[in-house]
Design a protein around this ligand. Structure first.
Ligand SMILES: NC(=O)c1ccc[n+]([C@@H]2O[C@H](COP(=O)([O-])OP(=O)(O)OC[C@H]3O[C@@H](n4cnc5c(N)ncnc54)[C@H](OP(=O)(O)O)[C@@H]3O)[C@@H](O)[C@H]2O)c1
Length: 282
């Protein structure tokens, strides 16, 4: 198992399995197959509506809890010290576990500092082995770090060949925050899987584009959580530790950066309002 060491000494697998957009009715099957394929890190969120199914798959796997790394996230409608605490208890109950390995603030909106005080307490009490954030641009991240005790262990942000986040990664490295990619394949946008440059590198290694992209991220020191509902792709996405991209190939992929999101900008006022006011039932 390849891992990175977080700023509090906790070991986090470099590759995990993401379950966003897997319908609750299919999640238990998908996570069961992912665990059988060898994944030991799972990334869910209260907002994904499938924590209970993840919990059932974990329970049914027979894998000792301490061998797993479970991440879930706090939704914006539960921001604030008291609400965050209650939301965490709900997530624990749904996941059927006594603790999580990583608890993230899902979006940088609402009473983030109140939420963070709850996260710090959960961490102190051992209920969240590590705490972190998601979708924080560098300004919000630095503000959170500078005005609180605990530095987030992780910032999970959109990171893929078309939005590479190298400056943000440098800043995080300097502050002791591990970058974690969501959407490593940009969910296939910009024709990622048929991109000529990526296809060429894949052919040179006898690998798939998906493997090249994951290898490129891992080689940059980025933690990844690819999602697939298909067992053969789950296995394919794990198999990136027996080859390496050359310096030239790393530089070639770097040329694909557009510097912009393939989805939306978390600083766009319309999105701040739309996402910031979305409830878990939306
Ligand atoms: N914090 C946040 O705000 C946030 C936002 C988005 C995502 N996330 C997390 O990040 C995880 C990954 O991101 P994502 O699910 O948005 O997108 P992604 O992993 O970039 O892309 C998933 C898509 O790629 C396809 N795919 C997977 N492996 C493939 C392969 N080897 N070859 C060809 N196609 C492949 C999948 O199809 P099939 O399923 O049909 O194989 C699916 O359509 C999520 O599941 C979630 O845990 C977090």
């Amino acid at each position: 198992m390849h891992t990175v060491t977080l700023n509090n000494g906790v070991e986090m697998p470099v590759i995990g399995f993401g379950v966003y957009q897997i319908p609750p009715g299919d999640t238990e099957r998908a996570v069961t197959e992912a665990l059988a394929a060898g994944y030991r890190s799972l990334d869910t969120a209260a907002a994904y509506g499938n924590e209970e199914a993840v919990g059932r798959a974990v329970a049914g796997s027979g894998i000792p809890r301490e061998d797993l790394f479970v991440t879930t996230k706090l939704w914006v409608s539960d921001a604030g010290e008291d609400r965050a605490r209650r939301a965490f208890d709900t997530s624990l109950r749904k996941l059927g576990t006594d603790y999580v390995d990583l608890y993230l603030i899902h979006q940088p909106y609402g009473d983030v500092h109140g939420s963070w005080r709850a996260m710090e307490a959960l961490h102190r009490e051992g209920l969240a082995r590590a705490v972190g954030v998601s979708n924080f641009h560098s300004d919000r991240l630095v503000d959170l770090i500078d005005h609180n005790e605990v530095t987030p262990a992780v910032n999970q942000i959109e990171t893929h060949p078309f939005f590479q986040r190298t400056a943000e990664q440098d800043l995080m490295r300097g502050r002791g925050v591990q970058i974690e990619s969501w959407g490593p394949f940009a969910e296939g946008r910009n024709n990622l899987f048929t991109d000529p440059l990526l296809t060429g590198i894949a052919a040179a290694h006898g690998r798939s584009v998906a493997q090249v992209v994951l290898r490129w991220l891992v080689q940059r020191g980025v933690v990844v959580i690819p999602k697939s509902v298909r067992a053969e792709r789950m296995a394919e996405n794990l198999a990136v530790f027996d080859f390496a991209l050359t310096g030239e190939q790393m530089a070639a992929v770097a040329s694909l950066d557009t510097g912009a999101s393939a989805f939306f900008d978390h600083r766009d006022p319309e999105m701040v309002s739309r996402l910031g006011n979305a409830t878990l039932d939306d």
